[in-house]
Design a protein around this ligand. Structure first.
Ligand code: 1GP
Length: 256
């Protein structure tokens, strides 16, 4: 079976229409059933373009149930952002098929993919090939520790750009610059700019983004999508959610 890239095409359309897209990250371990359903519905109401679902400790039998609940209240795509090979589900619209290209851990470049690929085929889950790049954020992040890899140095944008370009030439569809969930320092604008000027694939930026201004700066620097998760776990108010999303949905010149 080959996959029609429906969700990927949807994301490209979002970028075309809005200049950039807003992706809400929900970690199932951080929401109870009631809060989850309300938050997902609010995210769609205020214009989120898709919901990413992922976490480091969740396992798939819970994931099915969780995604079903989210999909019962939203019509925007629900995309798995996998923390491990266990996180696949037929209930999702797609999965970010992450290869940790910033590191040199063969398991996370190709090994886990070999284990999970037959399950994707069986489930009919659309993979969106994504070059995942961890960026130094001042502290050891969960992703850095679990993957046992070194992040990209934050003040070397040209190194990040070379990684993203190599990934594009390998056929990957998206470049994801990741400071780590709850990072003290998000990915610097200089790096977002360098990467987005170098590659022609969309650039996702996430990790530690806490304010609408911060989110907007990533878009001004060239991000096609901004991901926010942690900030909403700490501040569950709808005006904040709306302001974050609106800050990203503005077409702007790419010059900085
Ligand atoms: C984490 O990039 C995502 O993997 C989003 O980060 O949770 O800090 O918003 P936050």
């Amino acid at each position: 079976m080959s996959f029609e890239p429906k969700t990927f095409q949807y994301l490209l359309n979002v970028r075309e229409r809005n200049g950039a897209g807003f992706l809400v990250l929900i970690d199932p371990d951080k929401y109870d059933e009631h809060t989850l359903v309300r938050f997902a519905a609010d995210a769609q109401t205020f214009g989120a373009d898709a919901i990413l679902i992922g976490g480091s400790v969740m396992v798939s039998y819970r994931l099915d149930d969780f995604i079903r609940r989210v999909k019962s209240v939203v019509s925007i795509p629900v995309v798995i952002f996998p923390g491990s090979v266990m996180q696949v589900s037929k209930e999702a619209d797609a999965i970010l098929w992450l290869s940790l290209v910033s590191g040199r851990n063969p398991e996370l470049l190709i090994g886990s993919h070999v284990v999970a690929a037959p399950a994707l085929k069986e489930l009919g889950l659309e993979p969106i090939s994504t070059a995942y790049m961890l960026v130094e954020s001042g502290q050891t992040t969960a992703a850095g520790f679990i993957s046992q890899t070194l992040p990209l140095p934050r003040h070397k944008p040209e190194i990040a750009a070379a990684h993203a370009l190599a990934a594009e030439y390998l056929g990957m569809k998206i470049a994801y610059l990741e400071a780590g969930s709850g990072a003290e320092r998000p990915v610097p604008e200089e790096m977002v700019y360098a990467v987005s000027q170098t590659v022609s694939i969309p650039v996702i930026v996430g990790g530690g983004i806490q304010s609408p201004d911060e989110a907007r700066r990533k878009v001004d620097a060239g991000a096609s999508f901004v991901v926010v998760g942690n900030a909403f776990e700490h501040r569950r108010d709808t005006a904040y959610l709306r302001d974050m999303i609106e800050a990203v949905h503005i077409k702007l010149p790419r010059d900085v």
